[in-house]
Design a binder for this molecule. Structure first.
Ligand SMILES: [Zn+2]
Length: 125
């Protein structure tokens, strides 16, 4: 359900806008806009004291954007060359054993194979 918050100009309450259809017989002729706290009628949409009219969509956009950034960050980490089984690093270069070319630790490619994480310290020797 869509709720519209208002700060009533009559009773001063932070409350919800009440929207009632107005019928002339079976024909909808308009809407009655009133305060759900005190019942004060607003003459038209322009007279409704909306509370922060644009807050809703803007907040959603910011939350949406930061959520997408987080997903990208976590998703990216697994695909980097430095996590790949073919990635070889030495003091002079970073090298992809599969493509036989120099790569950056932050590169990605479609032949990525996740390097097996070995336990123990023997690999360091
Ligand atoms: Zn009111």
């Amino acid at each position: 359900m869509r709720t519209v918050e208002i700060i009533c100009t009559n009773c001063g309450a932070e409350t919800l806008l009440r929207r009632d259809a107005v019928y002339d017989g079976f024909v909808k002729t308009g809407e009655s806009l009133s305060c759900s706290s005190c019942g004060h009628r607003f003459a038209s949409e322009d007279d409704v004291p909306f509370k922060a009219r644009n807050t809703g969509p803007r907040v959603f956009t910011e939350a949406d954007r930061s959520a997408r950034v987080d997903l990208f960050d976590t998703g990216e980490a697994d695909w980097l060359c430095r996590h790949c089984a073919h990635y070889i690093v030495n003091p002079f270069t970073q090298f992809c054993a599969l493509h036989r070319r120099e790569v950056q630790a932050t590169d990605t490619c479609d032949r990525f194979e996740k390097a097996v994480q070995r336990s123990g310290s023997d690999e360091l020797l």
